[in-house]
Write a protein that binds this ligand. Structure first.
Ligand code: HEM
Ligand code: HEM
Length: 182
């Protein structure tokens, strides 16, 4: 291994990079989240949830349960720190339809449906903070998938579920178009 590879935690080198990429800027798989520049606290919390089987949507079970099972608390912390420290994920595709409607949902919510402004938790530029994930530059199909899981109760979270429950499929695609384009 060269000097650059020496900085990479062994589990990233042996496993995570296959799906998430070495820097977490996954450019291949639509359903695999980008991890680069994600909030360190959020990353560690999700890995603990995969390990404890409390994040139990279908793709979590298939792809992340076997990986997280083998990780110690120390590895979880070091991998979370590593991916959080990479330069932040950003858009890699041309704009999709619905961006301006999605921007409005993100910044203002949808009062008529009782949907709060996403930026209240995910921050105005969608950078996230602490347990609130970064969404800016995340993959389009992954965002739609997670909103659908949360809407249907397949991914359980007391804070985010009530928000996702109120979104229509169309609004999910609009807000994903906006966020994935940042
Ligand atoms: C989700 C970390 C290996 C596929 C995630 C998330 C984290 C993570 C933190 C949640 C991100 C978020 O909520 O935004 C890691 C680490 C790995 C690893 C640290 C190595 C130790 C892998 C591998 C695969 C994979 C090898 C493919 C076989 C996925 C998929 C999801 C995911 C599909 C989304 C799960 C869902 O929809 O609930 N991973 N991962 N990961 N990862 Fe990994
Ligand atoms: C998670 C979108 C509003 C708190 C997420 C995720 C998405 C999302 C796509 C999953 C991210 C990932 O897996 O990487 C949105 C949108 C919103 C919105 C589009 C507005 C319509 C809010 C609000 C709050 C919030 C208002 C706080 C009251 C959270 C939390 C998580 C999360 C805590 C992490 C859930 C977990 O740990 O499993 N959000 N969000 N969100 N969101 Fe939101």
């Amino acid at each position: 291994a060269g000097p650059a590879l020496a900085q990479v935690p062994q589990s990233v080198h042996q496993s995570c990079m296959i799906c998430h990429g070495q820097t977490g800027e996954n450019t291949i798989y639509p359903m695999v989240p980008r991890l680069s520049g994600q909030q360190v606290q959020y990353l560690a919390w999700q890995l603990k949830q995969f390990k404890a089987h409390t994040r139990a949507d279908q793709n979590a079970q298939i792809y992340m349960w076997p990986v997280a099972q083998a990780m110690s608390q120390k590895e979880i912390q070091s991998v979370a720190k590593y991916y959080a420290a990479q330069s932040p994920m950003h858009s890699a595709s041309s704009p999709r339809p619905g961006v301006s409607a999605g921007k409005q949902i993100f910044l203002q919510g949808v009062a008529a449906q009782g949907v709060p402004a996403c930026m209240a938790c995910h921050a105005v530029n969608a950078t996230g903070r602490g347990i609130f994930p970064r969404l800016a530059g995340q993959r389009y199909a992954y965002i739609v998938q997670q909103l659908t899981y949360l809407h249907d109760g397949n991914r359980v979270n007391p804070i985010m579920q009530p928000v996702a429950e109120k979104l229509t499929n169309r609004q999910m695609r609009e807000v994903a178009a906006y966020l994935s384009g940042l």
